[in-house]
Design a binder for this molecule. Structure first.
Ligand SMILES: NC(=O)c1ccc[n+]([C@@H]2O[C@H](COP(=O)([O-])OP(=O)(O)OC[C@H]3O[C@@H](n4cnc5c(N)ncnc54)[C@H](O)[C@@H]3O)[C@@H](O)[C@H]2O)c1
Length: 280
């Protein structure tokens, strides 16, 4: 019998990281975290399908072309809405038809809408955030898991983008008192629990499910909260022990880790990547 602790028996870290011959589906693929992560997954060998809303089609087309040119893997795109059940099924089917398999699903699309505080938030904004940030996570995760089961894959990885706002309530940045985010925090907290539930439901088939909880990362998201990116990063530094916002380079290592065999014993975990924000 082999000795599992013998150094010559250990697998190469580079082999474990490789996604050669595998396919990844990435939602929010026209945004900062989605597009960077798709590029990172392609760099370690995956064929990638980028997904975003129809108004982002030109951006998706450009990113898919850049990824294919740069990494030599297949890269394509689909448009739709993560909250549309049939649309999600069609997009997952198209991914398998075009790219040949489905091994990694990065359910990452999400929005922050304003106003997002209990006193002022119109119910339609609350509902829209639940639809995209939570129902969307559920539909994308479930559809991908069922497709992986149907394909009889030996393994699969589902990754959900939650947020540090799923663990804490962010301090109000608008200068107004008593206006802290409600819907965003509620959907992100629920996403952490949803990922754990998926992990338990599909562990028997070696389909792993984990969430990531980023802190303040430089991407497209904060503009949509109505924040002024030219000033906000300065004021946000004080709360971050590492004294700066995170970059897209710093997200892709985490996604590569969770997507690949590097994390083959990790399921039901939530990994916080926030420069220490939630520690103090
Ligand atoms: N940037 C951060 O600091 C940060 C921190 C924590 C969590 N997050 C989360 O990371 C994820 C990615 O955000 P980002 O920072 O890249 O922002 P982003 O705005 O650059 O990207 C989000 C993308 O999601 C897409 N999208 C919106 N509604 C959609 C829908 N119904 N169907 C499909 N796609 C849709 C948008 O068009 C956009 O391209 C989000 O879930 C966000 O909540 C971001």
């Amino acid at each position: 019998m082999k000795d599992p602790t013998a150094i010559p028996e250990l697998r190469s870290i580079y082999d474990m990281l490789s996604l050669k011959g595998k396919t990844a589906f990435v939602t929010g693929g026209a945004g900062g975290i989605g597009s960077s992560s798709a590029a990172g997954l392609a760099e370690i060998g995956a064929n990638v399908m980028l997904m975003d809303i129809p108004s982002q089609e030109e951006t998706l087309k450009k990113y898919a072309r850049q990824i294919a040119d740069r990494y030599g893997t297949k890269a394509s795109y689909v448009v739709g809405d993560v909250a549309d059940e049939k649309g999600v099924a069609d997009m997952i089917n198209k991914t398998v038809a075009e790219l040949g398999s489905l091994d990694v699903c990065f359910s990452n699309a999400g929005v922050g809408l304003a106003p997002d505080n209990p006193s002022q938030m119109p119910l339609d904004i609350w509902q829209k955030m639940l639809d995209i940030n939570l129902t969307g996570m559920f539909l994308v995760g479930r559809t991908a898991a069922l497709k992986m089961l149907e394909l009889k894959n030996k393994s699969g990885s589902l990754i959900f983008t939650a947020s540090m706002s799923g663990h804490i309530i962010n301090k109000n940045q608008s200068g107004k008192d008593h206006h802290h985010m409600a819907a965003y925090a509620a959907t992100k907290s629920a996403t952490v629990a949803l990922a754990k539930s998926f992990a338990m439901n599909y562990a028997y088939a070696n389909i792993r499910a984990n969430s990531i909880s980023p802190g303040l990362m430089h991407s497209g998201l904060h503009k949509k909260f109505g924040m002024d990116l030219s000033t906000f990063p300065e004021t946000g530094y004080d709360a971050i022990p590492l004294d700066r916002w995170g970059t897209m380079d710093e997200i892709i290592g985490l996604i590569a880790y969770l997507a690949s065999d590097m994390s083959s014993y990790v399921t039901g975990a939530d990994i916080i990547i926030d420069g220490g924000y939630t520690v103090w």
